[in-house]
Write a protein that binds this ligand. Sequence first.
Ligand code: NAD
Length: 339
Amino acid sequence: MRIIITGGAGFIGSAFIRKFINKSDIQILNIDKLTYAGNLTAISEAEKQPNYTFLKADISDINLMKDTVGDFAPDILINFAAESHVDRSITNPDSFIRTNIFGTFSLLEACRDYVANSAKKDFLFYHISTDEVFGDLQPLDAPFTENNIYDPSSPYSASKAASDHLVRAWARTYEIDYIISNCSNNFGPFQFPEKLIPKTIIKVLQGEEIPIYGNGMQIRDWLYVDDHVEAIYSILTSGKKNENFNIGGSNEYTNISVVEKICSIIQNIHYPLLDKNFNANSLITFIQDRPGHDTRYAINSEKLKEHIGWSPSKPFDQRLEETVHWYVENRTWWTSLIS
Ligand code: NAD
């Protein structure tokens, strides 16, 4: 199986590469621009493998994408590449429009050329999307299914929604087979320190204030990154096409409760730099809420469970504890990023 992965130096793409690079029947070409969020350390083992190639490039470079896709002749392209941080999309939406919308268009055009000019009939464009395209839920609403209407709230989620529409339009108009999976908030090793879980872990380890937007009662549905990439692999090897799948961990927690869990885990580890009497919860600081902050996301993954047979491998608390330990043990990785 020949797979082009875009954004494979990012958090989720690199987890996919680490997990599947050892499969003997897989050849991977990773295309990544190496923005601030891209990190080759996360895939250093893959770089030694003969079935792995890396190309530093921007997915918006349409001519380069056409040449690259045609030359590599993939069976599947998985588009992980994106600008992914909501806060950054509020202060600087331009790069979100360019990468998430124009970049996806550019890849679709490259794949259209490739399918038209080769004998390849069973090519699949696998697009990674987010539950944020559905907008937000009130506390008693049912979790998002694949049939919810798109109602994005932020420049980030609007750009992802637009890219999903492009993928479906290229499938309908040009017969490019696709899968779109819309996942909930991921967490795990190698996540860039701007996101809630790594940011909180690092703030506690450094004894610094933990900023919490508003009252911290926003609810997110947490998905461990390795469970996510297992789900992607199961879908792309299932033979399904031209469908959407929701991928969620069924772990709904308020932001404040996730932060308190992290404080308590680190307190119990007795991380040596912290005073024994140190109270991690005292670092929690409420700050002005983010504009347009979504109240709640929750994903119904029943379609995935029923048709693909996937479910999360371990409980949230156990995965959170493993993640905290990873950040404690990999201090050099994140100190280089925050300095
Ligand atoms: P990330 O920000 O960690 O990584 C993105 C990667 O894409 C980086 O390696 C970056 O260098 C690369 N990239 C950015 N712009 C590029 C461009 N123009 N050309 C080539 N490469 C470029 O993101 P992530 O958390 O790994 O997310 C991957 C995908 O999953 C994204 O599409 C995101 O929208 C989606 N998603 C993420 C989450 C989450 O919780 N992390 C949740 C739902 C959906």
